[in-house]
Design a protein around this ligand. Structure first.
Ligand code: AKG
Ligand code: FE2
Length: 638
């Protein structure tokens, strides 16, 4: 068996979601309501900004850079520069509605050893962060510079976990710590005093009840706005649905790295979406509160129909092929971020960035989206590092505002509440707490300098850790008996449900792990060898599962079994093989797409496992078309 680099053109295999007609109707309705206006949005210099934040964006918290220890800043920033220098940050070749696109930002995933994070049909494998624990155990998977960099991000993670866990209800702005760690308010006046609440130790109880009261409103409200398809098929914890409406699909991404043209990409939320909204500002401008009360003209409207991509919701109760029955994981108690997705972009290197189409917020580095694949109600913490070029910090006032990086937020399914635009200075952090990620979408608006962000998340990992997939493999392989004398194989039970279970695991390890991993080329092994051995072992297990399928096929083709049972087995086998055949084709297409060809050899997708027709080491052919026809005709004859 050998790995093979791809050559063919792509073909669309993925099933489509809601009917196109339905999408069109929804889109028309949205556009009618919107008319030809841009929706207003408020930044810090606009009157009503604070009131809007309080009432419609209260899960958002800004932590000013001064509230993190200076030493942590310098370690984290050096770490990010190291990762860039080493070339660890790469654009992902993700898949959106049957299209391959490069993300506009370059990314890397760091996190708990063996964790993965899945977004846009792409599973990222975490470079383990090197906690003190791991150091004691003497992990030796990457070079010392990389190890130090990973450790710095782990330290940041530790800081953010405890910081986000101890926020109190209503906290929106940071508290600056003096060197001794004593707290001092940075933002004074109304904001803080209004929210000050002496019970420092809120665990979110109040906030939760407040959210769920309002939640009903949004879930009803959102019925008519249900748009968008899901991209992630990961996870089985409860229902998954998209909440929000988007422009041409969320995240800005490049079709060709060289040309910098964009296609849309969106991330999709995971977990329940009770949602909430406030009609406080429906159709009216908020009243001035606090800060400066400058009126800002509502941006002029200029959007075309094609800017809108209305999406349809899909609920995945139980997930795909999910055998787990555990209830949805909900984030309660102290927060433990298990991964951070690093983002990097230098706008000077980008020939084209898409304009934010609904509000006129400016150029987007990451389009409107919900973060997907997170534990329900878990917060997201983002560290912002914009590399300075002596232009100074962001200050209020519109021309400078465009020079700095900003976050845009909007209420999902809502064209009445103004958007919120939050400028970030280097070292600032922001948190999206409680249900904000589900009820709202966010985007990243590019400033002028190169910028990193480290986005700390509680990834929903029930099907996303190495330990998980290893134990699944063991489950499947427990149905394979090896004769200790001859080494020959046989199946322990021929129960159709047991066989089906094995075939599902076979597909899972092949498509969710092996092909996902190799599709990203040498990306992992180049910097860190942590995943190398485990992937080899998973491939060995998978190969034994090929033997199991071969034995299954032989049993089905054997004469002299009870007809009914044989039919049942044949049907089970046929469905597993058809799925496998299609998915292999999809992965071949992804590997061989014209975009994939633009990548340098060390990043180029590898179509692995792949083997030739007469590979003696492999029990079954790569191409399953013949076997599928054999089983089909067997069924016809029954
Ligand atoms: O860079 C940021 O501030 C956020 C990026 C983001 O939204 C994401 O990675 O999901
Ligand atoms: Fe995000």
């Amino acid at each position: 068996m050998k790995a093979r680099q791809c050559k063919h053109n792509s073909r669309n295999m993925k099933r489509s979601g809601d009917s196109e007609g339905e999408k069109r109707r929804k889109r028309r309705r949205l556009l009618q309501e919107l008319g030809d206006q841009k929706i207003p949005f408020l930044g810090p210099s606009d009157r009503g900004f604070q009131q809007l934040w309080d009432s419609s964006y209260f899960g958002l918290v800004l932590r000013k850079s001064c509230s993190l220890p200076a030493e942590l800043h310098s370690r984290v920033q050096a770490a990010l520069l190291t990762l860039r220098k080493k070339g660890c940050l790469l654009k992902d070749l993700v898949r959106v509605r049957d299209r391959d696109v490069f993300t506009a930002v370059s990314r890397a995933l760091l996190g708990e050893p063996g964790h993965t994070y899945r977004y846009l049909d792409t599973r990222l494998f975490a470079i383990p962060w090197h906690s003190e624990d791991a150091e004691v155990k003497g992990q030796n998977c990457c070079d010392p510079d990389l190890r130090d960099a990973c450790k710095a991000l782990w330290e940041l993670n530790t800081f953010l976990c405890s910081d986000v866990s101890q926020l109190k209800e209503g906290d929106q702005f940071s508290q600056c710590m003096k060197a001794e760690g004593e707290a001092k308010l940075v933002e004074e006046g109304e904001t803080e005093s209004k929210h000050s609440d002496d019970s420092k130790n809120s665990e979110g109880g109040d906030s939760e009840s407040r959210q769920s009261e309002e939640g009903d409103t949004e879930s009803k409200h959102s019925e008519e706005w249900d748009i968008e398809s899901k991209h992630s098929e990961e996870g089985c914890s409860g229902s998954k649905q998209e909440a929000g409406w988007e422009t041409e699909e969320g995240e800005s991404s490049q079709v060709k790295p060289s040309e910098g043209s964009f296609a849309g990409v969106s991330e999709h939320s995971e977990g329940k979406c009770p949602g909430w909204t406030t009609e406080a500002f429906s159709g009216t401008k908020p009243e001035p509160v606090g800060l400066e009360a400058q009126e800002k003209p509502v941006a002029q409207l200029k959007h075309s129909l094609s800017d809108y991509h209305i999406q349809d919701r899909e609920e995945l109760a139980g997930g795909l092929g999910c055998s787990q029955t555990s209830p949805p994981q909900v984030c309660t108690g102290p927060v433990k971020f298990n991964v951070t997705l690093l983002n990097y972009m230098d706008p000077a290197q980008m020939s084209h960035l898409k304009e934010e189409p609904y509000y006129g917020m400016g150029k987007m580095a990451v389009g409107w989206h919900h973060d997907e694949n997170l534990i329900t109600h878990s917060p997201v913490a983002v560290y912002n590092y914009s590399c300075h070029d002596d232009k100074g910090e962001c200050s209020e006032g519109s021309s400078v505002e465009k020079a700095c990086w900003r976050i845009g937020l909007k209420v999902a399914w809502d064209i009445h509440t103004p958007g919120l635009m939050l400028p970030l200075e280097s070292g600032d952090c922001y948190y999206m707490r409680d249900d904000l990620n589900n009820t709202h979408q966010h985007c990243v608006l590019a400033g002028e300098t190169a910028r990193f962000s480290s986005t700390h998340r509680v990834a929903e990992c029930s099907k996303g850790t190495l330990t998980y997939i290893q134990s699944r493999c063991q489950e499947a392989l427990s149905n394979l008996h090896t004769d200790p004398e001859t080494g020959s194989h046989s199946l322990v039970t021929l129960q159709p449900t047991a066989l089906q279970h094995c075939e599902e695991i076979h597909n899972e390890v092949e498509f969710e792990w092996l092909r996902q991993y190799w599709f990203q080329g040498q990306r992992y092994a180049r910097f860190c060898s942590w995943w190398t051995r485990p992937m080899e072992q998973l491939e060995k297990d998978w190969k034994l599962m090929e033997t199991m399928t071969m034995l299954f096929l032989a049993t089905v083709e054997e004469e002299g079994q009870a007809e009914e049972r044989r039919r049942e087995m044949a049907e089970t086998l046929l469905s597993a093989l058809t799925d496998r055949h299609q998915q292999r084709q999809t992965w071949r297409d992804r590997c061989h797409s014209s975009l994939a060809q633009t990548l340098p050899p060390e990043e180029a997708p590898v179509d692995r496992p792949f083997w030739g027709v007469d590979d003696p080491g492999m029990p079954l052919p790569f191409d399953l078309a013949d076997i599928i026809s054999r089983v089909e005709s067997l069924l016809w004859r029954m």
